[in-house]
Design a binder for this molecule. Structure first.
Ligand code: MOS
Length: 736
């Protein structure tokens, strides 16, 4: 099934936040960021900027509307991180490099940008912490990790078991800051009518933005409408409120005129979050047969001084392999950067990069096939929670993948296969990703013409949400897909948990499913009882919806004719998704196995992907086409994490040096020759009535480790410092 919004997108009719057209011509805002990372503004001279052509307003901390202190929340309906006030231009303090210090609003974007350069600032710079591996770093233990997981876990006697294990791996891996850069930058158009605000923006979760703006502007949430029907990628960078939206709202209020503001690509690196830099120590103790006796995973990650973010990178280790003695910990280092944020597969993406390389190192030490080692340590139940898995088909994924990929043809000895100037290597790794469900609801209506409308504040960040929600409604109501219209991304519609954590499909499709069941009930009851119904007197319990008709017992009538008689105004129903008891009584994850073949240039050390296969077990696949696309996208992220991506923090001045897509390297088409995805059929009725699991992040989980393990297999050089660039491979190659 093709995307139902595909034509709109390729013809330019899908309107994104910044290009939305409103009645009154908006003014254009341009943000000026601080050129220091920590300190305060001593002087800010805006006179020249104010005189520049086209300028309407120059807003700084001296004249910006009063805002609450950072952190205050006016509503507690969603977690505080999403609701808290995030004031901008509110004080002379600078907390991170490129934090907004001024907003220039002008008739055109170019005039605003020009005037922003005319602002003169004098700062008092304070020394800051910018080195995530500094020996004197300020390390502390967070109270919880992201998503509410316990900070540490301890089972059995890890230290004791590890110290006596016949085979030991003790390896530390470094992963860098990474930046998510959706093609559509963060952008907003704000328009006030009296005390009511409408914001057209790019967000994964309209409810979060509404709540955060309400706190920051001291406006009741119900006075704020957030509209975000199309989003050019999110990846976790669009879960919370960012400065452009607040700036637009503040300036629009001051000017009583619509204002639009976008972050520039460069500004996104500092102002829209990042994946924290980490050091991860993995210790594995095993007997000589490869049975794990001890698993330890200790994470040390960067965080911001002013707001904590603790990526749960050791959490996947709690569920992946059996071992009686285990320890996982998370510690944070305070830096003077902006806060880290959720970046596609927070936890697994970084954590599996370490764990799945360590497992490969253990297989090598034992002389075991990495797949055999993993199968040997397959747990019966969740090894830390003690509950059964709702479904777990990791072994099937590895077996199917090994067969399809030709795993048996891999070079058994690292550095042993050469084709001309290229060293060839194969690698694999397991994928695991928690299966979540965020509470939410949806409304489904049918009119007298038989047209169905699905409504929710859910967003489609490019994943295919419009399409799967239409599919679910069409299937449940027994009508063709073209009878369904899906309306999303508007805070006036029923609230959902939005797009995040890969719960978009499971949560929103469940709500639509339940709304359809309620609507069916309503239609059937009316059809069985309404005076004008041709099906009157039938038993409503025996309702059957198919081919655009309702059959009650032996009689049948098309929905169109039926509705026209019994409900000319149409009928509607709401349904909701709730996180049931099964999320406590079962350990719920999606699984997969990645296989990669790389070639490493023997002269330069450059590693290039040759082909890659991902095999996934993720419950019922709602749409194989968009699912495949999501998984390939995730795998490409893994290639980036393994070989290319790193946001470099200047340790003297605290700014991200390579803050654009020329210097921040992501894989391009020429880097991704041949990536394939397969599914292992899986039924799982524990998480939701559709039997679906999240897949948006699954493809990214373990993918980088498969590539890293392939580089090792090609060269015999183990690089534990990501990304694995040629300068890190080369010395080992030269030595070998
Ligand atoms: Mo995701 S990193 O929760 O968008």
């Amino acid at each position: 099934m093709d995307r139902i919004d595909g034509i709109l997108k390729v013809t330019g009719r899908a309107t994104y936040g910044y290009e939305h057209r409103i009645g009154r011509a908006p003014a254009h805002g341009c943000i000026l960021g601080a050129s220091i990372a920590r300190g305060r503004i001593l002087e800010i001279d805006v006179r020249e900027a104010e005189r520049a052509p086209g300028v309407i307003l120059v807003m700084t901390h001296r004249n910006a509307p009063d805002q609450p202190e950072f952190g205050a929340a006016v509503t507690a309906t969603v977690p505080e991180v999403f609701t808290r006030a995030r004031p901008v231009l509110a004080s002379e303090r600078v907390r991170y490099h490129d934090e907004p210090v001024a907003l220039v609003v002008a008739e055109s974007f170019e005039e605003a940008r020009h005037a922003a350069r005319l602002i003169r600032l004098r700062y008092e710079t304070e020394p800051g912490a910018f080195d995530p591996v500094a020996p004197d770093a300020e390390i502390y233990r967070p109270g919880r990790t992201n998503a509410g997981f316990p900070t540490d876990s301890e089972h059995g006697d890890f230290e004791g078991a590890f110290s006596v294990a016949p085979v030991q791996i003790d390896a530390s891996y470094r992963t860098p800051f990474e930046s998510h850069n959706p093609m559509e930058p963060h952008a907003a158009i704000a328009e006030w009518e009296g005390d009511r605000l409408t914001v057209h923006t790019a967000t994964q979760t309209v409810a979060n933005i509404q709540a955060g703006l309400a706190s920051t502007l001291r406006v009741p949430p119900e006075n704020i409408r957030i509209v975000s029907p199309f989003i050019g990628g999110g990846f976790g960078a669009k879960l919370i409120l960012h400065p452009e939206t607040i700036c637009a709202a503040l300036a629009a209020r001051v000017l009583n005129r619509p204002v639009k503001v976008a972050l520039t690509r460069q500004q996104m690196f500092a102002n829209a979050g990042h994946r924290p830099a980490m050091r991860q120590r993995v210790r594995l103790g095993a007997d000589r047969d490869g049975r794990l006796t001890a698993i330890g995973h200790e994470v040390l990650a960067s965080t911001a001084r002013f707001e904590e973010f603790a990526e749960q990178s050791a959490v996947p280790t709690r569920a992946l392999y059996a071992a009686p003695n285990r320890r996982t910990t998370h510690r944070l280092i305070r830096l003077d950067t902006n806060r880290g944020e959720w970046m596609r597969a927070p936890g697994e993406a970084s954590g599996l990069l370490a764990l799945e390389c360590a497992i490969d190192e253990l297989a090598e030490r034992l002389g075991l096939d990495p797949i055999a080692l993993r199968i040997r340590n397959e747990p019966e139940r969740d090894p830390e929670l003690g509950v059964p898995f709702s479904s777990r088909n990791l072994v099937a994924c590895m077996r199917v993948g090994a067969e399809r990929f030709g795993w048996r043809d891999r070079p058994l000895r690292p550095g042993s296969r050469r084709e001309g100037r290229w060293l060839i290597g194969y690698g694999m790794a397991a994928a695991i990703r928690g299966n979540y469900l965020g509470p939410g609801s949806a409304r489904v209506a049918i009119d007298a013409a038989g047209q169905v409308t699905v409504q929710a504040d859910m967003t489609d960040i490019g994943t295919g949400t419009y399409t799967i929600l239409a599919q679910v409604a069409a299937e449940r109501l027994g009508v063709p897909l073209d009878a369904i219209r899906v309306m999303l991304g508007d805070s006036r519609l029923p609230r959902t948990a939005g797009s995040g954590g890969s719960w978009g499909a499971t949560s929103s499709a469940t709500a639509v499913h339940n709304a359809c069941l309620a609507l069916r009930q309503r239609i059937a009851t009316a059809a069985a009882s309404h005076a004008a119904s041709p099906l009157r007197g039938s038993n409503a319990i025996e309702a059957h919806f198919a081919d655009g008709a309702l059959r009650l017992g032996a009689r049948s009538e098309s929905l169109e004719r039926l509705l026209a008689r019994i409900a000319p105004e149409g009928l509607a129903a709401e349904g909701s998704a709730v996180r049931g008891e099964t999320y406590r009584t079962y350990s719920q994850h999606a699984f997969g196995a990645h296989f990669a073949e790389v070639a490493v240039d023997i002269d330069s050390g450059e590693a290039r992907l040759r082909r890659m296969l991902g095999v996934f077990a993720a419950g019922r696949i709602l749409n194989p086409k968009t699912a495949r696309s999501q998984l390939i996208g995730g795998m490409v992220w893994g290639v980036g994490a393994a070989l290319m991506e790193e946001t470099v923090l200047d340790r003297r001045h605290g700014h991200f040096v390579n803050h654009d897509l020329a210097e921040y390297h992501v894989p391009v088409h020429a880097d991704i020759p041949d990536v394939d995805v397969m599914f292992v059929p899986e039924e799982d009725d524990k998480g939701n009535p559709l039997g679906a699991k999240g897949i948006g992040e699954l493809g990214n989980c373990g993918a980088g480790a498969a590539v890293a393990n392939a580089v090792y297999n090609a060269t015999g050089v183990r690089v534990r410092d990501f990304p694995i660039t040629l300068d890190k491979i080369f010395p080992g190659l030269a030595a070998g």
